[in-house]
Design a protein around this ligand. Structure first.
Ligand code: 5GP
Ligand code: ZN
Length: 139
């Protein structure tokens, strides 16, 4: 289940070169070409899914199993003290390649990377109201 012109499908098929880190029946992982830090890796299902709402949940399990194998190796090689598993959905959230992928980003204390600026609710009522509305939408 691949797409002809998708960048990551093409990398998986070997039509475009990549720095492969890991491969199994379901998963392909390779170094990000524009990393946050050395070792920044992309973990990708071999089948083409657009985002996290689209991927088969069983296949997402294979991705997580692969991350559990790959992340310790990245930590060992880079000397990282921690890491992110980060996944962007849709353009507004920074997704630029529309074949789902999980970033493994190694982190060290004081490395200067920031992810988000906290924006508190106006008050506790607003927070409870938001939670209630979201709960009501879950099917
Ligand atoms: P997104 O922004 O969609 O979450 O992440 C896409 C990632 O793919 C980016 O971090 C970008 O650097 C990486 N990327 C884009 N094109 C290529 C490529 O041709 N090869 C590799 N290895 N990474 C790529
Ligand atoms: Zn694809």
């Amino acid at each position: 289940m691949q797409e002809k012109d998708c960048l990551f499908c093409r990398i998986i098929r070997g039509e475009i070169p990549s720095s492969k880190i890991y491969e199994d029946e379901y998963v392909y992982a390779f170094l990000d070409i524009a990393p946050s830090f050395a070792g920044h890796t992309l973990v990708v299902p071999k089948n083409h899914y657009k985002n996290i709402l689209d991927i088969d949940a069983g296949e997402a399990g294979h991705i997580f199993a692969a991350i559990q194998k790959i992340a310790p190796a990245i930590i060992k090689v880079t000397g990282a003290e921690g890491f992110h598993v980060l996944q962007n959905n849709n353009e507004a959230a920074g997704q630029t390649v529309f074949h789902i992928h999980f970033h493994i980003i190694p982190r060290k204390t004081g490395d200067g990377m920031t992810l988000w600026t906290p924006t508190p609710y106006e008050n506790m009522e607003k927070m409870l109201e938001t939670a209630q509305k979201i709960r009501a939408e879950i099917q």
